[in-house]
Design a protein around this ligand. Structure first.
Ligand code: ADE
Length: 249
């Protein structure tokens, strides 16, 4: 059983490979694939690079070169829901490519020839529990200064639709139109739904975990590099370690 772990941020990969044993690194197509063991779990860890094409390339290579049984994707996202705060976790249930629009040939968001407007993830209760356990113990992972700097207080784990597109969303008009088109959307990012499409076509179970880093509008610009380094990395590492511990019990 091999788990493929794809991260949208190089810092997340760095924090995950810190604990990796018996590592073999393969360089392919401008990416480094780190094969090894996290505790006793065999994994391959890779940085997707950014956007739908980059993440699709990474996912395809990972599936074709390793005997992957499951893929977990981690990264940050912009909130589309006023109830979500920076630091909240989203576990995708449905992944949409919000910039796919081939009307009048197909419906809005429909992926040509697949007859689908979204890709559904398989419910993964253990991953959900791993994320909840992480948020319950967040103070063990992230310093009070960093929590304060990013206004993180009580964090929640939420399940729902995630939208992906080749755009960084930073205008409230765009947020309003995305919400109008897909009312149950929780957050927006740039890779999840393309990873989902590849996994769907290759029949590989997948999970998408996102931490909210911004509100996808022009206020509260955040220091992304600092957020990734001192917050998002800890989420990725903490949740994945909890998950691996729970499935190897
Ligand atoms: N990833 C993190 N925040 C994002 C945003 N606002 N739009 C697209 N991708 C993101």
């Amino acid at each position: 059983m091999i788990i493929g772990i794809i991260s949208a941020m190089p810092e997340e990969v760095k924090s995950l490979i810190d604990g990796l044993k018996n590592v073999t690194i393969s360089e392919k197509g401008m990416r480094s694939y780190y094969h090894g063991f996290l505790n006793s779990q065999e994994v391959v860890i890779v940085f997707s690079r950014w956007g739908k094409v980059a993440s699709a390339i990474t996912t395809t290579q990972l599936i074709n070169d390793y005997n992957i049984n499951e893929i977990i994707f981690t990264g940050v996202s912009g909130s589309l829901d006023p109830n979500l705060k920076i630091g909240d976790v989203i576990l995708g249930t449905h992944l949409y490519q919000h910039d796919m629009d081939t009307r009048p040939l197909f419906n809005q968001f429909e992926i040509p020839l697949l007859g689908k407007t979204s890709f559904q993830t398989k419910a993964n209760i253990q991953l959900e529990k791993a994320a909840i356990l992480f948020t319950q113990n967040i103070s063990k992972y992230i310093s009070p200064e960093k929590m304060k700097q990013f206004g993180i207080n009580k964090t929640t784990v939420n399940k729902g639709a995630i939208l992906s597109g080749d755009q960084f969303i930073s205008h409230k008009e765009k947020v309003t139109s995305l919400k109008k088109a897909i009312p149950d959307a929780l957050c927006v990012e740039m890779e999840g739904a393309s990873v989902a499409q590849v996994c769907y076509e290759y029949k590989i179970p997948f999970s998408i975990i996102r931490v909210i880093s911004d509100n996808a509008n022009d206020d509260a610009p955040i220091d992304f590099s600092e957020f990734t380094k001192s917050v998002a990395c800890k989420y990725a590492k903490g949740i994945i370690e909890n998950y691996i511990n729970s499935i190897n019990k």
